[in-house]
Design a protein. Structure first.
Length: 421
C-alpha cells in the first residue's frame, strides 16, 4: 500500500481557498466514509484547521488522482480553482510531512503546540469513523511519539515567538510561581485572549478581564475557570488585586494613568506590579514606569525577547529535523517488515508440519516398543534432514549457477561464517 499526504496549507493557498476546502467537524465522519467508499483509498484521516486541510491516506495504488478528483468534487471546485494550491507527498515524504506538521515545523508560528492536538482529534475522528487500518494507525501513534520526543529533546516550544507568549514569559521571570498571583487583563481582543490562554496554562491563580463591553469580557473570562469579567470603568479599583497587568485595547488615549497606579500601590503596601503595554498607541501612561514598585514593559521591549526566541526555535528546528529523518526511516522499516509477515507465517507453518509428522512417527515407534534412545536419535536426524533439505537444494543450485549473491544472502540469513574468512 502507498502512503499519501495530500492537501493545502497557509504556505500554498490564501485564506479564500482554505476556507472553501475546510471540513466541518460534524461532517467529517461522513466525508471519511465517502472517501474510502468511492476511491482506491483503503485507509484515511482528515486534518482540517484554519491553516491547513490535509488528507492522510493508504492507497491501493500509487496514484492520488482519484483522491484529488474526490476532494475537488466534494468541495465543488474546478480544477483551475484548486490544483495550483495542492501538494502531494508519497511514502517516505508523506511520513516526513506528518512528523514535521505534528512537531510544529510546518506551522505559521514555528513550534506552536496546538497542531498536535488537532492531529490527535483527526486520529480519533477517523478511528470513530472506522477508516483507520493497520498502517495509518501505526503512523499516527508513531507521529505522537516523535512529536513528544521533539518537544522533550529540543527547545522548539520553550522560547517566546509571539507578543503574548513573550509577555507571559517575562511575568514568569519576575514571579517564578504564577500560581500564587492574579492577573488583570485590559481588553478582550485576540492578543489578550492568547495572553489569557498562556497565563492559564502557566497556572495563574486568577484572571480578571476588563473591557469597555462587559459582555465581551465575560465571553473571554468564561473560557477559564475562576476568572472574572469587569467593566473598564471598574478597572482602577481592581488594580489593587493585580500582581500582573497586561493591556491591549484599541483606545487612542491611555486608559491607565500614573495616579491610579500610585493609589493601588499604596493599598498593596508597595507589593510590586508587573505591567506589559502591548497596545499601539499605548494604553498605560509612560510615567507609570517611573514608579519604583512597577515593572513596565512596552511592545518594543518585548521585541528583543521575541527575536531571541526565534533564534532559539530555529536552532531547535534543526535538531528536530534530524530526529524526524531518523524516525521516518524507523516507520518505513516497520512498513517494509510487513512484506515479510506472510513469508514468515508460511515458513513457520511448514516447519511445524515437519515437526508434527516427525513427532507422530516417533510416538508410533515408542508405542511399538522401540528403544526410546534410538527413537530420539531418529527424531533428531529426521527433523534436521527435513528442515535443511530445501535450503540445501537451493544453495547447491545457486552455486551451480554461479549465483554468489544468493550464497551471501544465505550466509546472512542463517548466520553462517564466510568460508573465505
Amino acid at each position: 500500500m502507498t502512503l499519501l499526504a495530500f492537501g493545502i496549507n497557509h504556505k500554498t493557498a490564501p485564506v479564500a481557498i482554505r476556507e472553501k476546502v475546510a471540513f466541518a467537524p460534524d461532517k467529517l465522519e461522513e466525508a471519511l466514509k465517502d472517501l474510502t467508499s468511492r476511491t482506491a483509498v483503503n485507509e484515511a484521516a482528515i486534518v482540517s484547521t484554519c491553516n491547513r486541510t490535509e488528507l492522510y491516506c493508504g492507497l491501493a495504488e500509487a496514484d492520488y488522482g482519484s483522491v484529488l478528483e474526490w476532494f475537488r468534487k466534494y468541495h465543488d471546485l474546478s480544477a483551475e480553482e484548486l490544483e495550483p494550491y495542492v501538494y502531494a507527498h508519497m511514502d517516505n515524504a508523506a511520513v516526513q510531512h506528518i512528523l514535521r506538521v505534528a512537531s510544529g515545523l510546518d506551522s505559521l508560528v514555528l513550534g506552536e503546540p496546538q497542531i498536535l492536538g488537532q492531529i490527535k482529534d483527526a486520529y480519533h475522528a477517523a478511528s470513530h469513523a472506522g477508516t483507520l487500518g493497520q498502517q495509518l494507525n501505526r503512523l499516527f501513534q508513531h507521529t505522537f511519539s516523535v512529536a513528544k520526543q521533539v518537544r522533550t529533546d529540543t527547545a522548539i516550544g520553550s522560547s517566546p515567538v509571539s507578543v503574548a507568549f513573550a509577555a507571559v514569559s517575562l511575568a514568569r521571570q519576575i514571579f517564578s510561581d504564577l500560581g500564587r498571583h492574579d492577573a488583570l487583563l485590559i481588553g478582550a481582543g485576540e492578543t489578550i485572549e492568547l495572553v489569557a490562554r498562556h497565563l492559564h496554562e502557566q497556572g495563574t491563580r486568577k484572571l480578571i478581564v476588563a473591557n469597555r463591553t462587559v459582555e465581551r469580557a465575560r465571553a473571554l473570562a468564561d473560557q477559564f475557570a475562576g476568572s472574572e469579567a469587569i467593566a473598564l470603568a471598574d478597572m482602577p479599583e481592581r488594580l489593587v488585586d493585580a500582581d500582573i497587568v497586561i493591556a491591549s485595547t484599541a483606545s487612542q488615549l491611555p486608559i491607565l494613568g500614573k495616579g491610579a497606579v500610585e493609589r493601588a500601590l499604596k493599598k498593596r503596601k508597595h507589593r510590586p506590579i508587573f505591567m506589559v503595554d502591548i497596545a499601539v498607541p499605548r494604553d498605560i501612561e509612560p510615567e507609570v514606569g517611573e514608579l519604583s514598585d512597577v515593572y513596565l514593559y512596552t511592545v518594543d521591549d518585548l521585541q528583543a525577547v521575541i527575536e531571541e526566541g526565534q533564534r532559539t526555535r530555529a536552532q531547535a528546528a534543526e535538531q528536530a529535523e534530524e530526529i524526524i529523518d531518523t524516525q521516518v526511516e524507523h516507520y518505513m522499516g516497520w512498513l517494509r517488515s510487513l512484506q515479510a509477515v506472510e513469508t514468515i507465517r508460511h515458513f513457520r507453518e511448514q516447519a511445524e508440519r515437519i515437526r508434527d509428522e516427525a513427532l507422530a512417527t516417533a510416538r508410533r515407534q515408542l508405542a511399538a516398543g522401540k528403544d526410546a534412545d534410538a527413537v530420539m536419535n531418529e527424531l533428531a536426524r529426521t527433523l534436521t534432514n527435513k528442515l535443511i533439505h530445501q535450503p540445501t537444494v537451493q544453495m547447491n543450485r545457486a552455486a551451480f549457477e554461479g549465483r554468489k549473491d544468493f550464497l551471501d544472502h544465505a550466509r546472512e540469513l542463517f548466520n553462517l561464517k564466510d568460508p573465505e574468512s
